[in-house]
Design a protein around this ligand. Structure first.
Ligand SMILES: Cc1ncc(COP(=O)(O)O)c(C=O)c1O
Length: 394
């Protein structure tokens, strides 16, 4: 029985394998210009069309090596730097804070909502100081952050909103794709997300063409227009715009991502079906489990199905013994993690919801290829665990 149901499993099909082999056979693996015909450029256009709303505005995308690169370059593109403070949720992936440290800014973690696990807009408002430059809401596990109040706070204080949509590609807030409501959205295609590319991948998206172009150039050693013009004209000096990075995406992975993107809407629907079944079966058993919220404004993409339980360690062990792999994503909230606890001076207990989630949250298996029997198997074992606890404590 061991290993019966894993925590997540990417979908791989023949078309994805063919796409990877096509690029391998071509011998052309790296995209070095923003305009040359390439898998990366095609992915940018297709992803832009996927995210674009119905208002006809064109959305620009830069295809990158990963979601961390997307956030790092987004801050550089908007000039966020030393002396700036940026409000982030405390219950999130550490690279959200790292990218701010990389540009010299200060991450300011705030508490989250107990049901969506997303930034609490009231906590964000309370954290504003004269040095606040931006807010980064994270759309955790596929549930959109409550953007209207956050955008309202940002307007009133003249702040940037850069969305971390790394976990929420395909999720929507009041019908609009997440990542497209602030100034820029950051996405990840790493293997445990709703779509992947067979490894690490990411992107930024924005209606601001110049900023997206700057992100691409920074990702490509800061080779701007002068560099590309000079490559076609020996009489011109080859020069770089500024200090840059190599955050380019492999053409092989971009080709795989293009196929995955076409499958994504159907996969999200399937994820939503399994999440609905989890909800129904768990609620019917009346177990001491808090289910994740799904607010009326949300089209949740269910990258994860996260529950809260007080007996997490024992439950995870019991499930593992019965072949069910679970995960805990953020056992340490940002303000208590080593690089930040001394720097920020936020004491334990200051962000109680994030700290409780760190102790109680766990992720049940959820991926499109699961079956209804798999979901029922997991819930049967949740039920069996609590039944056994009742007997041993009776
Ligand atoms: C909320 C969040 N932000 C950022 C990232 C960074 O993305 P990547 O792993 O592609 O660098 C992740 C990734 O796992 C994430 O979950």
């Amino acid at each position: 029985m061991a290993g019966r149901i894993v925590a997540f499993r990417p979908v791989v099909d023949q078309e994805m394998k063919d796409a990877a082999c096509r690029v391998l056979d071509s011998g052309h693996y790296i995209r070095t210009s923003p305009t040359e015909s390439s898998e990366g450029k095609a992915l940018e256009e297709e992803f832009g069309a996927f995210l674009a709303g119905s208002d006809g505005r064109r959305l620009y995308v830069a295809n990158l090596a990963n979601g961390t690169a997307a956030m790092h370059l987004a801050w550089l593109a908007y000039g966020v730097s030393r002396g700036d403070e940026v409000i982030i949720p405390a219950n999130t992936f550490v690279s959200v804070a790292h990218c701010l440290s990389l540009v010299g800014a200060t991450p300011v973690p705030v508490d989250v909502e107990a049901d969506t696990y997303n930034m609490d807009p009231a906590s964000a408002a309370a954290a504003i100081t004269p040095r606040t430059r931006a807010i980064m809401p994270v759309h955790t596990a596929g549930h959109p952050a409550d953007l209207d109040p956050i955008l309202d706070i940002a307007r009133r204080h003249n702040l940037l909103v850069i969305e971390d949509a790394c976990q929420a590609i395909g999720a929507r807030y009041h019908g609009r794709p997440v990542g497209t409501l602030g100034q820029m959205g950051c996405y990840s295609f790493v293997q445990n997300k709703a779509m992947t590319c067979g490894g690490e991948g990411g992107a930024v998206a924005s209606f601001d063409e110049m900023r997206v172009r700057r992100v691409f150039n920074l990702a490509n050693h800061a080779r701007g227009e002068q560099f590309h013009r000079a490559r076609g004209d020996d009489s011109m000096p080859v020069a770089h715009d500024e200090v840059g990075f190599n955050y380019r995406q492999s053409e092989i992975l971009s080709a795989v991502a293009r196929v995955q993107l076409r499958r994504l809407p159907a996969w999200i629907e399937q994820r939503r079906r399994w999440a609905g079944l989890y909800r129904e079966l768990i609620a019917a058993c009346h177990l001491p489990i808090d289910l994740p919220g799904e607010r009326p404004y949300a089209y949740h993409s269910y990258v994860r199905f996260e529950i809260c339980v007080r007996e997490r360690r024992a439950l995870r062990q019991y499930l593992a013994e019965h072949g069910v792999r679970t995960q805990v994503h953020y056992p340490t909230p940002i303000h208590l993690d080593v690089p930040y606890r001394d720097q920020l001076g936020v004491r334990p207990g200051a962000l109680p919801v994030s700290e409780r989630l760190a102790r109680e949250i766990m992720t049940l298996p959820l991926y499109p290829q699961m079956t209804a029997d798999d979901v029922a198997y997991v819930v049967d074992h949740l039920q069996a665990f609590f039944a056994q606890r009742k007997t041993t404590t009776a």
